[in-house]
Design a protein around this ligand. Structure first.
Ligand code: MGD
Ligand code: MGD
Ligand code: SF4
Ligand code: MO
Length: 699
């Protein structure tokens, strides 16, 4: 029996792994884990189906035409390194790109070695699906607090009023905020007389505890601006704290002044009275917090929204206050250590910043078409399905690369276009500490540290990502640390934590570290802006808001009667990663969720098919009718569309439809402040599909 933790989502639940002859027999929840205490979900408990899938790669494979053959590591890496060198030689280092997906975030060593290889090459060309989930937060943190990784989180144990926008932690396990067993936490707030309100175009599972308010997709910026304005007008500001620790209050006040509760109502659908009630309760509460995540991040104004939410938390005196939002400490000050490296930089030479080390995924097709990118290594990602792929534009672009290499457990849809797919281990085969973001930035209500040995050994033909990057460096004659020996222990030691061996021996279920205390953040030590004040009105952000808010508003008014597309995370799927697990995925397709009134207007009944068309593409998909969706909204679970996945046999039998064929890419569909892709709140039309229409929309 191995004691470990699941790395399938950010909840990083403690698990017990039964192993026999290097095979995983069963994964169970670990009731003794110091924080997750037996909480888990099917995606983690059934991860053995991913791990032992008959489709898993046992060795690297090479494509010749449409044929795939196993290949020796030395041959594969020798050829890949030679091709990388020739791309760099002919077109410069930035022609060689990397693209990382979300599972890579859990892989502590791969990041270090990938980063070292790209530095040695001299390339800044790094893309990732971080620009599909949370780059806006990093940009705003940098502007307001002086470092991308200064990340506040609600003090969930004490908060009395919590407004959650665009997150569904009960299904997602959350992101950039460690919150296992969220339903219990939300229930506790209600039980102690507090209020939890979810603003969401769909009544989310999380709202079973607390209340729900429908908000029209991609209009949160107006609600937040009016919230901030009303809060200031009602006197809900802490003048003393502002004077002592913040700057820019007057600019903030002036920026939000035009936004009244009535004005926002016309586009958000949230009545002025409901909004005023939220503000009143926020002011009255003994500790209040606003929290937002991907549903808002992926709109057109993710950075503006996060700025407003953080500004509200700050001016109301709730930032760094018990029951408000806290800036966790983590083991060591990762935010300070990475301040310069992970701040926004304009090394692309255009208007889009690299944020937290990532360039916009939704610019990749443009960058390939214009010849800026000639080679790409994709680690732990499936961009064809996960990223904006308007009518298959990204698919066509990736097929043009001189070199495409995927490092993955499987040959996924993106892998089908690759020259090589290199076989990587699962988290069960890695020794690790949990996500850097949680352990080190400390965005966790109950901070702890844990270490897991590898539960099983990888097959002989499977190699760790760090090893792959080291070997590529060696083949290219570039300097690189030869092995990761001691790296994790050095990180633990830097934070004064016990060694990995001691953690395994004495604290197998995790070791609690100090609780996040309140009132330790504001002041000259941890606020990292030049003058050590929280900037309530960073120029880049306020200027963007003042310049564009009226235009956005007019467009929302004009589009008020049109349908908008949002995503939907499902309990049994994690992005595209679990699509091949038979015990998890039983439906043959995803569905378009429609409000009964929209279904009636469209003339479809449950199970019938609709065509969903945006300015960028069209899909045909069966309908589920539900009053959990607000009118004029269609929700389609993302990261489906496996019809071509002959490397994922179960997924190919349960293909569904890729909603990201409807998302736009290129400069007009990327948020300028942060490089975030516009994936939620896309204007579409929905019509009844002709019986002869095929799944890709052709007649
Ligand atoms: N089961 C499962 N868990 C996952 C994942 C998964 O695929 N499946 N993916 C993982 C990943 S990579 C991430 S980043 C996290 C994300 O974690 P979350 O950010 O919690 O993501 P979602 O569960 O999609 O919640 C987003 C919510 O926003 C709502 N929404 C959509 N548009 C808008 C809008 O314009 N305004 C507002 N106010 N709400 C909106 C949606 O209805 C949805 O309920 O989840 C992780 N966990
Ligand atoms: N419309 C819409 N689109 C979205 C979203 C949305 O809400 N709406 N959400 C976005 C978000 S938040 C994200 S993060 C992306 C997710 O998209 P990605 O980050 O690309 O993640 P996955 O699609 O799960 O692809 C992960 C790949 O990594 C492989 N893998 C799993 N574990 C490992 C490992 O340990 N090592 C290696 N080498 N490979 C591994 C899997 O087999 C799979 O092929 O999708 C984004 N796309
Ligand atoms: S909630 Fe996330 S970390 Fe926990 S078992 Fe499920 S997938 Fe794994
Ligand atoms: Mo994500």
């Amino acid at each position: 029996m191995a004691v470990s933790f699941c790395r399938t989502c950010e909840a990083t639940c403690g698990v017990l792994v039964e192993v026999e002859d290097n095979r995983v027999l069963r994964i169970r929840a670990d009731r003794d884990h110091v924080v997750t205490k037996g909480y888990s979900c099917m995606k983690g408990l059934r991860f053995d189906e991913v791990h032992h899938s008959p489709d898993r790669l046992q060795a690297p494979i090479k494509r010749t035409g449409t044929e795939w053959q196993p290949v020796a590591w030395d041959d594969a890496l020798g050829d890949i390194a030679a091709r990388m060198a020739s791309i760099v030689g002919a077109h410069g280092p930035d022609a060689m790109g990397q693209f990382v997906g979300s599972p890579a975030g859990a892989n502590v060593l791969s990041g270090a070695f990938r980063g070292a290889l790209w530095s040695a090459i001299g390339s800044t060309r790094a893309y990732g699906t971080g620009t599909c989930d949370t780059s806006n937060k990093f940009r705003v943190n940098h502007e307001m607090y002086g470092a991308s990784m200064r990340l506040a989180h609600p003090d969930i144990r004490r908060v009395q009023f919590l407004l959650v926008l665009g997150a569904n932690p009960v299904v997602s396990g959350n992101t950039l905020y460690h919150l296992p067993a969220p339903a219990r936490r939300f229930n506790d707030i209600v039980r102690r007389g507090g209020r939890v309100v979810f603003a969401n175009p769909r009544r989310p599972e999380s709202a079973k505890a607390g209340e729900h308010v429908f908000i029209r997709p991609d209009t949160d910026v107006f609600l937040l601006a009016a919230f901030c304005n009303e809060l200031i007008l009602q006197g809900g500001v802490d003048r003393e704290r502002i004077a002592a620790h913040m700057r820019g209050f007057e600019e903030l006040r002036a920026a939000v002044e035009p936004w009244t509760p009535q004005r926002q109502e016309a586009v958000t659908g949230v009545s002025a009275d409901v909004l005023r009630g939220l503000v009143d309760d926020h002011i009255a509460a003994d500790g209040a917090a606003l929290y937002m995540a991907t549903g808002v991040n992926q709109g057109r104004s993710g950075s503006l929204c996060f700025w407003l939410a953080e500004a509200i938390n700050a001016v109301s005196g709730n930032l760094d206050r018990a029951g408000g939002t806290l800036m966790g400490r983590g083991l060591y000050d990762m935010a300070a250590a990475t301040k310069d490296r992970l701040g926004p930089s304009y090394d692309r030479g255009d208007e889009f910043p690299t944020v937290a080390g990532q360039q916009p995924a939704a610019m990749l097709a443009d960058d390939i078409e214009s010849g800026k990118v000639r080679g790409l290594i994709v680690e732990a990602s499936n961009p064809l399905l996960a990223v904006s792929n308007p009518s298959g534009r990204l698919t066509k672009a990736l097929a043009k690369l001189d070199l495409l290499v995927c490092i993955d457990l499987f040959r996924n849809e993106t892998g089908n276009l690759a020259h090589y797919v290199l076989a990587a281990p699962t988290w069960l085969e890695r020794a690790e500490i949990p996500y850097a973001i949680q352990s080190f930035a400390g965005a966790m209500p109950v901070p702890y540290i844990t270490y897991s040995e590898a539960c099983v050994q990888p097959a002989p033909g499977v190699q760790h990502e760090w090893w792959i990057y080291s070997r590529l460096a060696e083949e290219m004659g570039l300097p690189m640390p030869p092995s990761p020996e001691g790296l994790i222990d050095a990180a633990l030691a830097a934070g004064g934590a016990p060694s990995s061996a001691e953690l395994v021996r004495n604290h197998p279920h995790g070791l609690l570290i100090d609780h996040d205390p309140a009132e330790t953040f504001l002041g000259p030590e941890r606020v990292l802006t030049a003058d050590r004040l929280v900037d309530l009105a960073p120029a880049a952000i306020v200027d963007t808001f003042c310049e564009h808010a009226d235009d956005f508003y007019r467009r929302e008014l004009a589009d008020r009667d049109r349908m908008k597309l949002i995503g939907k995370r499902e309990m049994n799927r994690i992005n595209t990663s679990s699509a091949n697990a038979p015990g998890l995925v039983r439906e043959r397709t995803n569905f378009a969720y429609l409000h009964p009134a929209d279904a009636e207007r469209t003339g479809v009944s449950d199970g019938e098919r609709v065509s969903v068309t945006s300015e960028f593409g069209q899909v045909v998909i069966p309908v589920r009718i539900s009053d959990e969706i607000m009118p004029r909204t269609v929700a389609i679970p993302q990261c489906w569309g496996h019809a071509d996945a002959d490397g994922l046999s179960h997924a190919q039998d349960h293909p569904g439809v890729n909603s990201n064929l409807l998302a736009g890419d290129g400069p007009h569909n990327v948020e300028k402040l942060s490089g975030m892709a516009h994936l939620s709140g896309i204007v579409v039309t929905v019509s009844k599909a002709q019986p002869t229409t095929t799944l890709d929309g052709s007649e």
